[in-house]
Design a protein around this ligand. Structure first.
Ligand code: MN
Length: 131
């Protein structure tokens, strides 16, 4: 079941294209933006099944964007995977402690990346069905 809508928040065009292509080949639908501010608006409007959040973004960073998403009842239950290359944020435990549901470092490994996407979507489906 890989037809879920995934929101990609990533300011680097090359990274955005790679992630989009990898997800679309697997059958996921994607929407995308270059900024955290627009990502929040798109999440509210489109209710994606998952958000992939770059951390270093122009304007609001990915951690601040996550806090906005979590503060809004319309978006707080959407799982968010941090995708980052920053030395400050390249530790899985650090990002999970910030409240992210998953973590991938850049450059992404396609196999690990798709496993993480599948795992987080699956975990969230379990939560939805239990509630
Ligand atoms: Mn970036």
């Amino acid at each position: 079941m890989a037809n879920e809508l995934i929101l990609i928040v990533e300011d680097n065009e090359k990274n955005r294209k790679l992630v989009r292509d990898v997800l679309q080949v697997k059958g996921y639908k994607t929407i995308e933006t270059e900024t955290g501010e627009e990502g929040i608006r798109m999440a509210q409007e489109s209710q994606p099944a998952l958000i992939l959040m770059d951390i270093q973004l122009p304007g609001m960073d990915g951690i601040a964007a996550l806090k906005h998403l979590r503060a809004d009842p319309k978006t707080r239950d959407i799982p968010v995977i941090a995708v980052t290359a920053s030395a400050m944020t390249n530790k899985r435990e650090t990002m999970l402690a910030e409240g992210f549901d998953g973590y991938q470092n850049k450059p992404i490994s396609i196999k690990d990346f798709l496993e993480e996407v599948g795992k987080v979507l699956e975990a969230h489906r379990g939560v939805r069905e239990a509630s």
